[in-house]
Design a protein around this ligand. Structure first.
Ligand code: PMP
Length: 347
């Protein structure tokens, strides 16, 4: 007997359409040089794949703890931060208490809550794509949620919510998850809070810095909080190849990642400027590696027109308050030029 909670979900789908320029999943356009690829291949060849990997991924955790300037005990690793969002949705409060998040935001918060049958307290963002504080406080008073998910910067709108509003919401007694998947592009963080408070954790991921294929998400929390969440981890959730490659990328090839991130930040600002000057297009400011824009052409049509010209972006017009909106990931200069050209032709 499959639960109605599960029957009501839709299968997870991403666009598989073939397109020359793919700017739909907020990946980093990292191109590894041949010698780096060879080094990775050599290390992967040494993996005894008949053996289970280290269940605690200790060596990777050591590299990550140095990277973040925290202790190994502050970390919990997930098969992507998706898995950690799911764990937190199970771990915090009882299932008859609610989960708060602004909308539109990252769909996993909603999916996890629905899977568990938890009440969802969804509050639309204001006109500036920031938290609507009054409406949020009202909804919190009415429904007493215990857990809040805040994407910081917010996907798909792009900007960080105001810090004061987040702090004010947390004062209502909510355990607050600050999802910093796009931290490398915003440089804004609640890491200090996560290390000093029982009611705040931070999520990071390797997905947005060139390693989406490895599926490594990182939860950073006070030691006692991390200890409890770590107990829930499925055994061996970080695969052997992921542990080995992530370690190598962060130790030997990090300068390549940093260079690519700074190219993307420059390109984001260029893309924003060009989009701002285009007639029929309104881009929203972004602290992330993507830009949300509204267009005068219906979004479904524009999405198809761009695809016809070989450019795939994400159609987010089905989300609350985002009628007419598409989201484009920032790519390499030539990819962004291809997008801009296709957009000009499609409007
Ligand atoms: N949080 C946010 C805000 C995201 O946009 C994404 C990926 N799109 C994730 C989490 C999931 O990242 P991961 O690949 O680590 O599961």
């Amino acid at each position: 007997m499959i639960s109605i909670r599960i029957k009501n979900l839709s299968p997870y789908k991403t666009e598989t359409t073939q397109a020359k320029v793919r700017l739909s999943s907020n990946e980093l356009p990292l191109r590894l040089p041949e010698e780096a690829k060879q080094k990775i291949a050599q290390e992967v060849a040494k993996i005894p794949i008949n053996k289970y990997p280290d269940p605690e991924a200790e060596e990777l955790k050591d590299v990550l703890s140095e990277h973040f300037g925290v202790k190994r005990e502050n970390l919990v690793l997930g098969n992507g931060s998706d898995e950690l969002i799911y764990y937190l949705s199970i771990a915090i409060g009882e299932f008859d208490s609610g989960v708060f998040y602004p909308i539109p935001s990252f769909p996993m918060y909603q999916i996890s809550a629905r899977m568990l049958g938890r009440k969802r307290i969804e509050v639309p963002l204001n006109q500036d794509m920031d938290i609507d504080l009054e409406a949020s406080l009202r909804a919190i008073k009415d429904s007493s949620p215990i857990l809040a998910f805040l994407s910081y910067p917010n996907n798909p709108t792009g900007a960080c919510f105001s810090r004061e509003k987040i702090e004010r919401i947390r004062e209502e007694g909510l355990f607050t998850v600050i999802d910093e998947a796009y931290f490398h592009f915003s440089k804004k963080s609640f890491l200090k809070d996560a290390l000093s408070r029982e009611d705040t954790v931070v999520l990071r991921t390797l997905s947005k810095i060139g390693m989406a294929g490895l599926r490594v998400g990182i939860l950073i929390a006070k030691e006692d909080v991390a200890y409890e969440i770590n107990k829930m981890r499925l055994p061996f959730n970080i695969t052997y190849p992921s542990q080995v490659i992530a370690k190598l990328m962060l130790t030997e090839f990090y300068p390549l990642i940093e260079e690519c991130v700074s190219t993307v930040i420059k390109e984001r600002d260029r893309l924003f400027q060009v989009l701002s000057q285009m007639e029929g297009v309104k881009p929203y400011p972004s602290d992330a590696n993507f830009i949300l824009f509204r267009s005068s052409v219906p979004a479904d049509r524009l999405h198809v027109e761009l695809l016809r010209r070989g450019v795939l972006v994400r159609n987010v017009s089905y989300m609350a308050g985002l009628e007419g909106c598409l989201r484009v990931s920032v790519g390499l200069p030539e990819e962004n030029d291809a997008f801009l050209e296709a957009l000009e032709d499609s409007l």
